[in-house]
Write a protein that binds this ligand. Structure first.
Ligand SMILES: [Zn+2]
Length: 151
C-alpha cells in the first residue's frame, strides 16, 4: 500500500488500541505507532523511509521487498528487540504500527509471507496499490478516524 494509506491505517490502529495500554506518554506512543506503520518498507529502496534515511541499501541486502521485514516472525523478533531497550509500552506502540502495515499489505495482490522464513505461505487480497480500491480504503479510513475523534 501507499505511504499515506499506511499512516492512516496506523492512526486507526492507534485509536482502537491506545486505551488498552498504559505506562508512558500517549503522544510518544502515537509517534511510535506511525513510525512502525512505515518501518516495514525499509526493504524497499524507493520507499519514503529510505528516501529520508537512505537505509534501504542495507535492508535490501538482507531481504527482498516484502520478504523478512513483512513477516509476523520478524514482527515478534522486533518486539523483543525493542522491549529489551525500552519499556513494553513503547515496544507495543511500534509493533501495533508495524502490524497495521502488514494488515494493509495483506490486502494487495502482491501480498505478504506472514510466516517467512519458515513458510512461503502468502496472504493476499484484491486491492491494487495506488488504484481506485486503495483510494476508497483511504477515504474509509479517514472517515473512521474522524468518527472516532469527534464522537
Ligand atoms: Zn509494505
Amino acid at each position: 500500500m501507499l505511504f499515506h494509506t499506511h499512516l492512516l491505517l496506523g492512526i486507526t490502529f492507534f485509536l482502537f488500541t491506545k486505551n488498552s495500554f498504559s505506562g508512558g506518554n500517549v503522544i510518544i506512543f502515537l509517534i511510535l505507532v506511525l513510525f512502525g506503520s512505515i518501518l516495514p518498507d525499509i526493504d524497499e529502496s524507493k520507499s519514503k523511509l529510505n528516501h529520508w534515511f537512505g537505509l534501504g541499501k542495507i535492508a535490501a541486502f538482507f531481504s527482498r521487498h516484502r520478504g523478512l521485514f513483512h513477516s509476523l516472525i520478524f514482527t515478534l523478533f522486533l518486539f523483543f528487540l525493542i522491549s529489551f531497550f525500552t519499556r513494553d509500552y513503547y515496544a507495543y506502540a511500534v509493533i501495533i504500527g508495524y502490524f497495521s502495515h502488514l494488515v494493509g499489505d495483506a490486502f494487495t495482490p502482491m501480498g505478504i509471507q506472514i510466516f517467512y522464513p519458515f513458510s512461503n505461505f502468502k496472504l493476499k487480497g484484491p486491492i491494487k496499490v495506488g488504484h481506485f480500491g486503495e483510494t476508497i480504503i483511504m477515504v474509509l479510513l479517514a472517515l473512521v478516524i474522524v468518527k472516532i475523534i469527534l464522537f
